[in-house]
Design a protein around this ligand. Structure first.
Ligand code: HEC
Length: 152
């Protein structure tokens, strides 16, 4: 994957990334606290296809909350289209403040801003349907038995 830090845009981007990262950290921390969600300008149907084409479901699940990786529902990075796009472009080695080895980077030549907005529209259709822990008896049984000392 081509680095967004290569080429003629290298210098401005290198300066912008720590700043954008700092803004994102702040937003992620406060977004849970009733900040109004931003406008949706993309097309959720197109976004659904992109969600499959770019294999987001592979790590985040088909509903954004059942994958083996980070839950998307309620994420502060989904506050608005801009925070989402910045997040997609600042992954892994490109991002010294929020480093990640596991979430791929999605530069503009892999996923355009308009496609990202469609994707955003689709992700915003996800609802938080996970039941509270106390209402999942099997999971509670697993947690209780895991707390017992191991005796082979
Ligand atoms: C290979 C696994 C993988 C794939 C594929 C993947 N992600 Fe992620 N994603 C992660 C992991 C792991 C995190 C947790 C934070 C991190 O490491 O950056 C994450 C975090 C996120 C977050 C921030 C959640 C939060 O609140 O911290 C968003 C938004 C997101 N991913 C969207 C997407 C979208 C959209 C796609 C598809 C274009 C995608 N991801 C594809 C693994 C993946």
């Amino acid at each position: 994957m081509k680095s967004i830090l290569s080429g003629p845009r290298a210098i401005p981007l290198a300066g912008a990334i720590p700043l954008a990262g700092a803004i994102l950290v702040g937003l992620a921390a406060t977004a849970g606290a009733q900040m109004p969600m931003g406008e949706i300008t993309g097309d959720a149907e197109t976004g659904k296809q992109l969600y499959y084409d770019h294999a987001c479901y592979g790590c985040h699940g088909y509903t954004g909350e059942t994958g083996h990786q980070m839950k998307l529902v309620g994420s502060g990075f989904l506050l608005n289209e801009q925070t989402f796009i910045i997040y997609l472009r600042l992954r892994a080695e490109q991002n010294p403040i929020l480093p990640s080895e596991t979430m791929p980077n999605y530069p503009e030549n892999a996923l355009s801003d308009n496609e990202a907005k469609d994707l955003y529209a689709y992700i915003r259709t996800f609802a938080d349907n996970a039941p509270p822990l106390e209402e999942i008896p099997t999971l509670n049984a697993i947690i209780e038995s895991a707390a017992e000392p191991y005796s082979p």
